[in-house]
Structures are given as C-alpha cells and as structure tokens.
Design a binder for this molecule. Sequence first.
Ligand code: B12
Length: 249
Amino acid sequence: MSGAVVRPYGDTTGDGMVQVSFTLPVAHDKRGEGAAVQLANRMGIDPAMLVHAKQMGDGFTFFVVYGRVNHLVDLSAVRVLERDFPLLSAREVNAVVKRGLRRKLSVVGACIGTDAHTVGIDAILNVKGIAGEKGLEYYRELSVTNLGAQVSVPELVEAARAVRADAVLVSQVVTQRDAHLHNTREMSAAFREALPAGRRPLLIVGGPRFDESQAAELGVDRIFGRGTTPGEVASYLVHALVGRKVKVA
Ligand code: B12
C-alpha cells in the first residue's frame, strides 16, 4: 500500500466520495430533502447530492446522500483488536482439549434479556455452523448446551453451574437503548457474585454491534463481532482455557 494516509473512493481514486443513509422525523417533501442535505453538509459532506428519499410512514423519511468529504484516514493511527491466538482446525481443538483437560470442555450459550435473535449464536453452536464451518456441537471434545432465546441472567447462571460450564457464550443483537451493554454488564456482575474467581466460567459475548475492545469495561473475557466463525471461537476457547498449558501437536 502506498502511503499511510487514505481517503474514500467513488468515481476516481482519492475523490473523497462517500454514501450515507439515515432516517429523519420529517415528511417526504422539499423541506425534508433540504434538511437531509443540510445534515449531510454538517457531517462534512460537501457538496452533498440527495440520491434517494422514501417516506417510511407518517412523518418519517429515509434518505441516501452521496457526496464528498475532505477527511483523511491515517492508517498508522488506526487501533483495532487483532486476533492474538492461533486459528486451529476442529481436529487440533479436539486434540488439545483431550490432552489438556482429559474431559469434555463444557460450553453454555444463550441470548439473554428480551433478545430473541438466535441466528448468530446458533451459527456458532449448531452443527450446521456458518460460512462453510461446522458449529461447536460438531467438536467431539466440546459439550454444548444451547439455552436459546430470552434467557434471564439467573437462569443462565443456574444452567452454567448445573453443567459446570468452562465457558458461557452470550449473544446480544438488539442494541436499542444500549440493551446489549446493560445486559452484558448485568450478566458479568451476576457471575462475579455467584462464583469465586477460580470457579467462574470464561465469559464471552458476541453480536454485530459490539466494540471488541470493550471486554474489560463490560466485565467479560472476550467479545466477538460481525462475521465471527465457529473455528475462531473454538480456537479462542482452547487458547484461553487449555492451550497455554498444552502445545498443539
Ligand atoms: C432475523 C432477524 C429477526 C428475526 C430473528 C429470528 C431469530 N430466531 O433469530 C425476528 C423476525 C424474530 C426479529 C425480531 C426483531 N427484530 Co430483528 N433482525 C433480524 C435481522 C434481519 C437478521 C439478524 C440475523 O439473523 N443475522 C445473521 C447472523 C448470523 O448474524 P449475527 O447475529 O450478527 O451473528 C454473527 C456475529 O454477530 C457473531 N455473534 C452473534 N452472537 C454471538 C455470540 C457469541 C458468543 C459469539 C462468539 C459470536 C456471536 O457471530 C455470528 C456469526 O458470524 C436483523 C437485520 C440484519 N440484517 O442484521 C434484524 C435486527 C437485528 N432486528 C431488529 C429489531 C428492531 C427487531 C425487533 C425489535 C422488531 C420488532 N419491532 O418487533 C424484534 C425483536 C425481537 C426480540 N425480542 O429480540 C433490529 C435491531 C436494531 C437495534 N439497533 O437494536 C435489526 C438490526 C433490524 C433493523 N435494522 O432495524 N428479527
């Protein structure tokens, strides 16, 4: 890559063109369209072209705006959480668990609070998996309990105790009023209260709108975001729970 500074691309390299979409609480008329352009200008998009507008119901309009920004991104100043554990095959994961734990590694998963979006946690846990990878149920040395949707925190703690969970995997997809953050904090506090440090399971949350760098702040061990695959999760599990003690063959 040439240079550490980049700018967006639309028609010609480096022209700064971006496209954004948003909804305003306005009717779809000339004034509403003007409001959308003004908002885009204030976001640093100038000139801003309104390319799509559609009324979403009484007094709400969805807009798409295309235009130029002058902002640059300094790639050397971008901070992200890189994967800091090796990606293992299912066979390697099974071998590490078998040698390191000498019993099955127990995992409990759930969507907590009022969240009923189970597709994400099912993609990680169910045999069918996602993106060509089988889910954790496929791993011979993992024992998976999937509690499904709308599980309360006390129910989750109880289930984790009952199966002596090594890890608890929680999914949070709904982010309205920061529900995913509140629920995660409630869950981690409940585990801290219910179990002493040495007996507490590894706490993992996942969902498309989490910031992966917020784990410590939310009281969990790891956060997984958009596009996570079961293999990444299984590899992390053995890294965090067994891998440090046992070398992969
Ligand atoms: C399918 C769907 C539904 C289905 C859910 C069915 C089911 N059994 O899951 C139904 C129709 C029931 C539904 C209902 C609702 N939904 Co809905 N839904 C969606 C939709 C279209 C897709 C979500 C999905 O399945 N993604 C596919 C999976 C594979 O992706 P994923 O969840 O991100 O999971 C991956 C990663 O995030 C990660 N991951 C996720 N969880 C975990 C957990 C762990 C431990 C790990 C390691 C990784 C991990 O790994 C996964 C695989 O890569 C989204 C919009 C969208 N396009 O995303 C809206 C969306 C999530 N829904 C939304 C809303 C608002 C609702 C409702 C409130 C609507 C209503 N007014 O009734 C209800 C709420 C119901 C409830 N009580 O939760 C909003 C949420 C907005 C917000 N900011 O919170 C969205 C974003 C739509 C929107 N743009 O408005 N929904």
